[in-house]
Design a protein around this ligand. Structure first.
Ligand code: SF4
Length: 390
C-alpha cells in the first residue's frame, strides 16, 4: 500500500543535489534501470487520481490532458494506492517509476523552505521523476516506491507564493544576484520538462510569474528538451530555465531516460532566442578520465549553442559530485553495475546541515576543478555569469 498523501521525498534536510543520508532499504534493480538512451516523451503506464485532486480545476485539466492522449485515469476512492508493490523490489521499482499519481500537495510542501545556494525559496509542483540517473540526488531521501506525484492544487500553490516575495536571503545578500529579486526554485524533487506535457503546470507557473509585477524570479532546471510549448509565453523575463548538462561520458552513461546533451543545448538556444534568461547547471561535476578535455568540449558545445543570441542572459551553477552513505546504498542497489565512483577513501567526509554525512572531493581536487571551470568559462563563455560553486 502506498500512501499518496505522504510526501515522496523526506523533508529534512532539504538538500537538492545532495541526498539526505537517511537509511533506506536497498533494491537490486539492475535489470530494470535502463541504460542511458535518448528520451522519448515519457508516458506513464498507469495514472491514478485521488478524490481531492479532481475537486481542483487544474486536477481536472491534468486528467483531461492525459485522457486526450488515450491513457485511462483511474479514480481512486482514497489516497491509498495498491498494486504498486510487486513480487520483488525490482518489480516494485519498475511499477512505481511508470506510475503517475494526480494528488493534492501535502501540507508540509505548502510551507516553503529556503534552498540556498540555488534560490531563496523552494516550491513544488510535482515530486518524482521518470528518468534514471545513476547519481540521482533523490535516491537517498525517498520514503517509499518512487511513484511520481503531480499536484492538482496548482492555483493555491501559486497564490501562496506572494507572501514570500521580498523575503529570502540568497539573492538579497549577494550583490551579484540582487537583480534577480526573490527567487523561487521549482525543480527540487522533479524534472519539469519530463512532466509538463502531461500537466501544463510549469507553463502556468511561467505565465503566473510573467504577470506578477514584482521583483521575483521563477527558476527550474531540466535534463529534457521539450520547450516548444514555452516559446511565445508571456514570461516577461521572470523565468530562468537552466539546463542540467555534463560532459558526454556522464550524460551518455549515467543519465538514463533523459534527453541527449545536443538536444538540451538546442532547447536552451530556443528559449534564449525567445528572450528567457537561461542557465547551465553543470552537475554533478566529476573527475572522469581526461576531465579537462571532456568538460572543455561541453563548454565549446554551449558556446556554439548560444552563438548570435541577442540580449543573452546566461548563468552557470557549478555543483561537484557528492554522495551520502544513504544515497550510495540506494544507488548501488538500483544500479549495481554503475561505474559511478563512490569511494569514501578518495573523498573528504563532511557534515552537512542537520548533521548528515556527505562525501565530497578533497580540497586539492576541489581547488583544481574550481580554478579550471572559472578560468575556462571566462575564456570560452565570456557572457556567462557564475552564480555559485559547491
Ligand atoms: S533527472 Fe535524474 S537526477 Fe534529476 S530527479 Fe530525475 S533521475 Fe534524479
Amino acid at each position: 500500500m502506498t500512501d499518496l498523501d505522504a510526501p515522496l521525498a523526506l523533508d529534512d534536510p532539504a538538500a537538492p543535489h545532495s541526498a539526505s543520508g537517511e537509511s533506506v532499504p536497498t533494491h537490486d534493480l539492475s535489470d530494470v534501470a535502463p541504460p542511458a538512451r535518448p528520451a522519448r516523451r515519457w508516458f506513464p503506464q498507469r495514472v491514478v487520481a485521488t478524490p481531492p485532486a479532481y475537486d481542483h480545476p487544474h486536477g481536472r485539466h491534468i486528467m483531461d490532458r492525459i485522457e486526450a492522449y488515450g491513457i485511462e485515469v483511474e479514480r481512486l476512492t482514497s489516497a491509498r494506492l495498491t498494486g504498486v508493490r510487486g513480487e520483488n523490489d525490482r518489480q516494485t521499482y519498475a511499477r512505481a517509476k511508470s506510475t503517475l499519481a494526480i494528488v493534492v500537495s501535502p501540507p508540509s510542501r505548502r510551507k516553503l523552505q529556503p534552498i540556498a545556494p540555488s534560490a531563496d525559496w523552494r516550491f513544488d509542483l510535482a515530486e518524482g521523476c521518470p528518468a534514471h540517473c545513476q547519481y540521482c540526488y533523490l535516491a537517498g531521501s525517498l520514503s517509499g516506491p518512487p511513484v511520481t506525484r503531480v499536484y492538482a492544487d496548482l492555483d493555491d500553490i501559486l497564490d501562496g507564493l506572494s507572501e514570500y516575495a521580498g523575503h529570502g536571503t540568497v539573492t538579497s545578500r549577494r550583490a551579484s544576484r540582487r537583480d534577480e529579486g526573490t527567487t523561487f526554485e521549482a525543480s527540487c524533487y522533479t524534472d519539469p520538462l519530463a512532466l509538463d506535457h502531461l500537466t501544463g503546470s510549469w507553463q502556468r507557473a511561467v505565465q503566473h510569474f510573467g504577470a506578477w509585477n514584482a521583483p521575483v524570479q521563477l527558476r527550474w532546471t531540466t535534463k529534457f528538451d521539450e520547450v516548444d510549448n514555452f516559446v511565445g509565453l508571456s514570461h516577461n523575463r521572470r523565468t530562468r530555465v537552466r539546463f542540467s548538462v555534463n560532459c558526454l561520458p556522464v550524460t551518455t552513461r549515467m543519465e538514463g531516460g533523459t534527453s541527449p546533451l545536443a538536444d538540451r543545448l538546442a532547447a536552451l538556444r530556443k528559449l534564449a532566442l525567445d528572450g528567457y534568461p537561461v542557465g547551465l547547471t553543470i552537475a554533478p561535476i566529476m573527475t572522469v578520465d581526461d576531465w579537462r578535455e571532456r568538460y572543455g568540449e561541453l563548454l565549446d558545445a554551449v558556446a556554439a549553442a548560444i552563438d548570435g543570441v541577442p540580449d543573452l542572459d546566461l548563468t552557470a551553477e557549478l555543483i561537484t559530485h557528492r554522495f551520502t552513505p544513504g544515497s550510495k546504498e540506494v544507488l548501488l542497489g538500483w544500479y549495481p553495475r554503475t561505474r559511478l565512483e563512490m569511494d569514501e577513501d578518495a573523498r573528504t567526509r563532511k557534515h552537512g546541515k542537520f548533521g548528515a554525512v556527505k562525501y565530497v572531493y578533497p580540497a586539492d581536487i576541489m581547488t583544481e576543478l574550481r580554478g579550471w571551470f572559472e578560468s575556462e568559462i571566462a575564456s570560452r563563455l565570456p557572457a556567462c555569469r557564475i552564480l555559485y560553486w559547491t
